[in-house]
Design a protein around this ligand. Structure first.
Ligand code: BES
Ligand code: MN
Ligand code: ZN
Length: 489
């Protein structure tokens, strides 16, 4: 896809399609919007009067362009103004997705709101996201299928070219992350993920992969315990950017949950929806995709991506409820529920990241069903200690066009994890389990830390106007932005 910044009167833009959002409660059509309406023979006014934009999440309406230079108008439901980068990304994704398979050769996007650098970057990321197909990994028919063609040229009215170029690199990274997260468990085992990560050496990264024997030596009892029931043994992947070594006292580790498949282990999940648990490696996919993107965009960033990879399976050698393991940080953990496996692998991975020089930590995980229940598929939750470090994450998300919301780390809930046999149990009571999961993780970090729970946002359970069922690439753009802000001090 070619992304081009143009400055032109929207009415005279030469493109097959001109995409224009109509925002909520917009009744009069001022200035250039009025011109568009007149040139289209009143198509915008009619669509508004008919109630086309009263329904949020409504897909875009394609109408005839009348005497406009652009042949067709794509009227987007802009929703309520605000969150400009997030909205720009969404609108751009809806635009290109609506045109998939339509044979349009170019589309011009006129945002009409919040136009600034972040929004331009997000527009590019979104425009690329809208062309993403979940069949891109396994589909028999690939890019040659005319019916699946996506629009090859996107013109962004009023944008800066430099912002679009940056967005194109990030957009490519997001697609890479989605492809990884969409791969099924019979294909993407921990070993295979390590092979993928090793390819980042071509981008100048240093890649280290720990095998079970290394984990034994280091005392990673939590990670080994989760992995012991599977035929495919665990791996711990670490990808260092060229800038990591010179990071000194500012080095950021991003740690992603990499459960290639979460059956629940012996605390087996119900069959219904279990197939979605191939997406339980979305955190790992996000940190590896972010590292790859940063290696291309800003290789001097002092960043390391860490991905503990396992399959959580109920094999004959599987971890049992009641087993006690010793974590790398020395704590003993009574595994009361083998389905609370993410926190176990992340705990050891974060200890390892700290021992290897991380001064700041962010973990990303599809950690709790409660996150999806509370936040749905639009908003990710995060927790911060101290809260100033969380502000940096909130700012990065806002700028990157993702929606994150802070939740409280309630240290009082630590007592939910009291064990009669060990220092801690791994599964507390159900009430407050989104928060309690974060509290458990906090036992394994001593540096400034943010925990992101992307259980609701990492994949869509059905097709949406802005994307197909499957992986979304959640957190990739935010991690990239955060790391760049972090490097800038
Ligand atoms: N991977 C799941 C969380 C999850 C559930 C992600 C649904 C996306 C959709 C995680 O490993 C898990 O099983 N969590 C349990 C924790 C509980 C046993 C304490 C949960 O949330 O129920
Ligand atoms: Mn689980
Ligand atoms: Zn899980």
């Amino acid at each position: 896809m070619r992304l081009r910044a143009i400055s032109a009167n929207p009415a005279s833009v030469e493109a097959d399609v001109l995409a224009v959002p109509i925002y909520r409660d917009e009744t009069d059509l001022p200035g250039e919007l009025g011109e568009l309406d007149a040139a289209s023979g009143g198509a915008i006014r009619r669509a508004i009067d008919w109630g086309e934009f009263n329904v949020l999440e409504h897909p875009a309406a394609l109408v005839d362009g009348g005497t406009l230079a652009a042949g067709r108008l794509l009227l987007l439901n802009g929703g309520t103004r605000g969150r400009p980068a997030w909205r720009a990304g969404r609108l751009a994704a809806v635009t290109t997705r609506r045109l998939n398979g339509r044979g349009a050769r170019s589309v011009a996007i006129w945002l009409r709101d919040g136009e600034a650098h972040d929004a331009w970057v997000a527009t590019a990321v979104g425009a690329m996201a809208g062309t993403y197909r979940s069949t891109s990994v396994y589909g028999r028919v690939r890019d040659t299928d005319a019916m699946k063609r996506s629009v090859p040229e996107v013109l962004v009215i009023g944008a800066e070219q430099e912002a679009l170029d940056e967005g194109a690199i990030i957009g490519e990274g997001v697609a890479f992350g989605r492809d990884l997260a969409n791969r099924s468990a019979n294909d993407l085992s921990p070993e295979r993920m390590a092979e993928v990560a090793r390819e980042l050496a071509a981008d100048g990264c240093t890649v280290e992969v720990l095998e079970p024997a290394d984990m034994e030596r280091l005392g990673m009892g939590m990670l080994l315990g989760v992995g012991q029931g599977a035929a495919h043994p665990p791996r711990l992947i670490a990808v260092k950017l060229p800038g990591w070594e010179s990071g000194g006292d500012r080095r950021l580790a991003i740690v992603g949950k990499g459960v290639c498949f979460d059956s629940g282990g012996l605390s087996l999940k119900p069959a219904d929806g279990m197939g979605d648990m191939k997406h339980d490696k979305s955190g790992a996919a996000a940190v590896i995709a972010a590292a790859r993107t940063l290696a291309r965009l800003a290789p001097d960033t002092p960043l390391m991506a860490v991905a503990p990879m396992v399959e959580n399976m109920p094999g004959g050698n599987a971890q049992r409820p009641g087993d006690v393991v010793r974590a790398m940080n020395g704590m003993t953990v009574e595994v009361t529920n083998t389905d609370a496996e993410g926190r176990l692998i992340l705990g050891d991975a974060m200890t390892w990241a700290e021992r290897n020089g991380a001064t700041h930590m962010v973990d990303v995980a599809t950690l709790t069903g409660a996150a999806a229940v509370a936040f749905g598929d639009q908003v990710s939750a995060y927790f911060a200690r101290p809260r100033e470090w969380g502000e940096a994450v909130g700012t990065a998300a806002e700028g990157a066009g993702e929606w994150f919301w802070e939740m409280p780390l309630v240290s009082e809930y630590r007592s939910a994890y009291d064990s009669p046999h060990a220092d801690i149990v791994n599964s507390g009571t159900r009430d407050g389990s989104l928060i309690k999961a974060a509290v458990f993780l906090g036992e394994f970090v001593t540096v400034p830390w943010v925990h992101m729970d992307i259980a609701g946002t990492a994949y869509l359970t059905s097709d949406k106007p802005y994307g197909p069922k499957g992986a979304t690439g959640a957190a990739v753009a935010t991690l990239v932005r955060l790391a760049r802000d972090f490097a800038a001090g």
